[in-house]
Design a protein around this ligand. Structure first.
Ligand SMILES: [Zn+2]
Length: 398
């Protein structure tokens, strides 16, 4: 992980608020932040104290290595032992407290983030979510009106050698029970977004399991009278989905998206797209968007459009470079493609979920100024903006 920028949360909020109040005629930029949290993951809202409590309650050995967790997320974070993570985390907390006393300020997110990410990767597995979903939903990190995203469980297929292989229908029932449980744990004002990780469900992986879940979901939707327990997922709330996780080329992931759209024409479908990531060139990410637009209501992050508009990327995986080293014609082509995407999005009412703290802290947006400039450009093109906190507990956003 490369951290490029350090900025205090208060300063960032002020800057972004200024950006929005300048761009939105009815003012009251503060309300935009607090009215609803449009992009938040339940797993990313687990407060650190709850992680510690869970470790104590379950008498977890702090010597256990967690390569399976790292492998399952496929992120290139260092493989750490649980004990290391815990030590680092406690040191960070102590340091925060000392600094807070001395300077009456909080440690910047940049310093906390790697530790929290490590903690998160190490501990925030599903049993933690299962045990504390209702507590997390009511915690300070979770907005009372949050679009709370929870991933579908990973199927126990032949490749997951440690577990018994389950049949697709069996998986669908398990996944459905989980989703009903999470829905019932949320506040009535919070909406469950069924999150579908790119790396778990795509053209090449687990499509039988995905199809079985979708079939079961539509059966339940069509037969609400006999399935009262799942009724809340369809009646007072809109059926909502979010495609997230490790970004993959769209040709691998568009199949499940189109299947969902065709099965549930009225559903809310969001898709994490356009984050700076290795393996997919920037030009491809912008071009790919055209394939995605027929199926989605909102795009998560959408950074590729912003950076393409500002000519702030190279073809090498979105790394910021001196633009004089980049072929001008390519820059212009991508800029025009981004403008076309935004124009279609404006016409079709497809919005972009911006998570400012996440994008700036992780370095994808480069700086608050860059973010301000491209968000203003999105608004100018008539695209709706939705603000989110993404993973509030480790980004320290509320
Ligand atoms: Zn997200």
């Amino acid at each position: 992980m490369h951290l490029r920028i350090s900025i205090s949360r208060r300063r960032l909020k002020t800057r972004i608020a200024r950006c929005f109040s300048a761009s939105i005629s009815d003012g009251a930029a503060g309300q935009i932040f607090y009215d609803r949290d449009y992009h938040v993951h339940l797993g990313g809202a687990i407060p650190p104290q709850l992680i510690e409590k869970w470790i104590e309650n379950n008498d977890i050995s702090t010597d256990v290595t967690v390569p399976d967790i790292v492998a399952s997320t496929r992120f290139v974070h260092p493989v750490v032992t649980v004990r290391d993570a815990l030590i680092q985390y406690r040191e960070a907390i102590q340091m925060t407290n000392k600094l807070a006393k001395k300077h009456f300020c909080q440690l910047t997110t940049t310093q906390n983030l790697p530790t929290f990410l490590t903690m998160y990767r190490a501990y925030s597995q599903r049993h933690l979510l299962h045990e504390y979903a209702a507590t997390i939903a009511r915690d300070e990190f979770m907005h009372p009106k949050a679009d709370a995203r929870v991933s579908l469980p990973v199927p126990n297929d032949i490749s997951s050698h440690s577990k018994r292989c389950e049949m697709p229908r069996e998986y669908a029932n398990r996944a459905m029970d989980e989703m009903i449980y999470f829905q019932s744990s949320l506040l009535p004002t919070q909406i469950l977004f069924i999150s579908i990780p790119h790396q778990t469900f795509n053209k090449y992986k687990n499509h039988d399991y995905f199809d079985a879940f979708i079939d079961l979901l539509s059966e339940r939707k069509n037969d609400l009278s006999t399935n009262l327990v799942s009724a809340p997922m369809f009646t007072n709330k809109q059926l909502s989905f979010d495609f997230a996780g490790q970004p993959l080329p769209l040709s691998q992931t568009v199949q499940p998206v189109s299947k969902l759209r065709n099965t549930f024409p009225e559903a809310m479908i969001c898709y994490h797209h356009g984050e700076v990531c290795p393996g997919i060139s920037f030009g491809d990410r912008v071009r790919d968007t055209f394939e995605l637009l027929p199926y989605v209501n909102r795009i998560g992050h959408g950074l590729c459009f912003g950076l393409a508009l500002l000519n702030l990327y190279s073809e090498e995986n979105g790394v910021l470079k001196d633009k004089t080293t980049i072929d001008r014609a390519t820059l212009e082509v991508n800029r025009n493609l981004a403008l076309q995407c935004l124009s279609i999005m404006a016409q079709r009412n497809i919005g972009i979920e911006i998570s400012p703290t996440c994008n700036i802290t992780l370095g994808s947006a480069f700086s608050p100024d860059v973010l301000r400039r491209y968000v203003a450009a999105f608004l100018q093109e008539g695209v709706h903006i939705f603000l989110g906190t993404d993973d509030p507990a480790f980004l320290n956003t509320t």
